[in-house]
Design a protein around this ligand. Structure first.
Ligand code: COA
Length: 326
């Protein structure tokens, strides 16, 4: 059976570090509160002039280097982002130009924090059908530019970054075994960026009402995320006839340490088998899973034949998982 496998991974994090202590100087919060409630200690923030396509470019170059491929070898680029450079052209097209990937079609995919796994789902389908051969899937976000730095309940959570993978077809058992994507638009008001689109086009009023910045009902989102992810992880293993004990590594979306712990507990997985970097980067939305995957590969946490579960939850609402055999 033809399936897609991950040939190489790459990631890029901006250099600027913003610690919890730095945030204590901006809003009424403490390092202890942020650490206890989220697990986050610091996050990366872009420099002036750095946009999503710049982060995507660096992550893609890293993946191409590891794959020993040239940009012209890629025939499709999917960029998962909700903080792209501009409404159009797509960030994927801007990335295509930066890379010089002249043989690639390119489009953006918007599924918030689940976007990267949605991208894997699409790429996997296109590769399985034989329509594409080498697909670059990137998660790239610059949430800092859409964060309300006066809102202590959200500004402590987010960070910037990008992660990338290159997929190619394989007939071997290694690769993407299954992907699962879901949504519930009835809960769209839990996390949203209401202004700047055709619903409330950018105006003096939208800016005064701060509609161009992220709004989130944190506590409600938290509860839905825990419930949904626990079920998603178990279902994904069941659909692949796998027992949680057979899983070598869980790579969850890095949104909140307590959400991650709840998912691991439900699966009966020890935290040693869960990859965490939330303490360093916070929630980087669609970039979080590919950054974590790249770091797990580089740290030698992913070995030949391992079963790995990726999962994410985000605005939309959307949620998604992927079961990989490395
Ligand atoms: N520092 C100190 N106090 C803060 C604070 C901060 N940064 N942010 C909120 N608080 C206060 C609130 O004002 C509230 O005070 P009150 O009881 O006097 O009203 C109190 O802390 C509790 O707020 P609550 O929102 O119930 O906290 P929580 O335990 O739910 O934690 C989040 C808040 C945002 C950390 C948590 O809800 C969360 O992580 N939610 C999921 C978010 C998420 O993952 N979103 C993305 C999904 S992809």
């Amino acid at each position: 059976m033809l399936r897609a496998r991950i040939l190489a991974t790459g990631s890029y994090l901006p250099e600027n570090i913003v610690t919890n202590q730095d945030l204590e100087n901006i809003v009424d919060t403490t390092d202890d509160w942020i650490t206890d409630r989220t697990g986050i200690k610091e996050r990366r923030i872009v420099s002036d002039g750095q946009a999503a396509s710049d982060l995507a470019f660096e992550a893609s170059l890293a993946a191409l280097k590891k794959a020993q491929l040239k940009p012209k070898d890629i025939d499709l680029i999917i960029v998962a982002t909700v903080t792209g450079d501009m409404p159009f052209p797509s960030t994927a097209c801007l990335l295509q130009a930066k890379l010089g990937a002249k043989n690639a079609a390119a489009f953006d995919l918007g599924a918030a924090c689940s976007g990267f796994i949605y991208g894997l789902h699409v790429a996997n389908g296109l590769i399985r059908s034989g329509m594409h051969q080498r697909v670059l899937v990137v998660g790239a976000e610059v949430l800092s530019k859409f964060t309300d730095w006066q809102d202590r309940s959200t500004c402590i959570l987010f960070g910037d970054g990008a992660g990338a993978v290159i997929l190619e077809p394989t007939k071997e058992k290694h690769g993407i075994w299954s992907t699962h994507i879901y949504s519930d638009g009835n809960l769209s008001d839990l996390i949203m960026l209401p202004g700047g689109g055709s619903h409330a086009a950018c105006s003096r009023e939208t800016i005064l009402k701060r509609l161009h910045l992220i709004k989130m009902k944190g506590n409600e989102t938290f509860k839905v995320a825990v419930r949904t992810l626990e079920e998603l992880a178990s279902d994904t293993l069941e659909k692949n006839n796998l027992d949680p004990a057979q899983l070598s590594l869980l790579i969850p979306h890095q949104a909140n340490l307590r959400i991650i712990q709840a998912t691991a507990k439900r699966l009966g997985m020890p935290m040693e088998k869960v990859f965490l970097n939330i303490q360093k980067y916070g929630n980087t939305s669609a970039a979080s899973v590919p950054i974590a995957l790249d770091e797990a590969v580089d740290a030698g946490r992913v070995k030949d034949g391992d079963y790995i579960l990726l999962e994410a939850f985000g605005g939309g609402l959307t949620w998604a998982s992927a079961l990989l055999r490395w």
